[in-house]
Design a protein around this ligand. Structure first.
Ligand SMILES: Cc1cc2nc3c(=O)[nH]c(=O)nc-3n(C[C@H](O)[C@H](O)[C@H](O)COP(=O)(O)O)c2cc1C
Length: 200
């Protein structure tokens, strides 16, 4: 009997731990508009509906951004294959770290912190904001860190164009506020942000 109670308790504990993370469905790697059409439709959008993305869209977006498309390599290149870029997202429900290896979102904080992701009004309303963080201890110089970041941002733009979503990359953000929100270490730095959502 005691063994059963222990097993039930462990199961409940396991559920509550994993409840903080969001398991993403497998990305749809075959869908989307033809590349030339997506390029033709890529643009920056600054007016959004307050409407959440589906879990499948979130999965496809993050995988397109910087997921693994081979055993140990990603959809975006990095100088010397350092893979130092980390993606965080703010949604209506919380702040999360994208664990690309396991394709899941790890909760950093519960709650709606979208407004803290930038200085423009639409940031608080759009479905999500991506925060690009570089682990500078892994990369040989800042120039490479920023360059690597640009590839990921363009992947996001193209996914959004393909999916009929809006996006805008943003250099306007409060670096200190975001570092605090994400509990970043001294080797981590916010390089860029990007808003994604349903356009008005
Ligand atoms: C590095 C970088 C930083 C940017 N920062 C902002 C920003 O803080 N806010 C904003 O609304 N747009 C920002 N943009 C978007 C540009 O304004 C936009 O790309 C440009 O006006 C061209 O428009 P398009 O993207 O529709 O072609 C940024 C773009 C880049 C590449």
């Amino acid at each position: 009997m005691n063994r059963i109670i222990t097993l039930v308790s462990l199961f409940i504990m396991g559920c509550s731990v994993s409840a903080q993370n969001i398991s993403l469905p497998a990305p749809d790697r075959r869908g989307g508009k033809p590349l030339m059409q997506a390029l033709n439709e890529r643009k920056s959008i600054r007016s959004y509906q307050d409407k959440e993305l589906t879990l499948q869209q979130l999965s496809d977006l993050l995988w397109a951004a910087n997921g693994f498309n081979r055993a140990d390599k990603r959809t975006a290149p990095t100088a010397n294959d350092r893979q130092e870029l980390e993606l965080y997202v703010t949604t209506k429900n919380g702040v999360y770290f994208y664990d690309a290896r396991n394709h899941l979102l790890k909760e950093v904080k519960k709650g709606d912190y979208r407004a803290q992701a930038g200085m423009q009004d639409f940031v608080a309303k759009a479905a999500l904001n991506l925060i690009f963080v570089s682990d500078l201890s892994k990369v040989s110089n800042r120039q490479y860190a920023y360059t690597n970041c640009g590839f990921v941002a363009q992947n996001v733009y193209l996914y959004c164009a393909s999916e009929g979503l809006g996006a805008v990359v943003r250099g306007m953000f409060d670096k200190d506020k975001l570092s605090e929100l994400l509990n970043l270490g001294s080797n981590q730095e916010v390089l860029l942000t990007q808003t994604v959502g349903y356009p008005n």
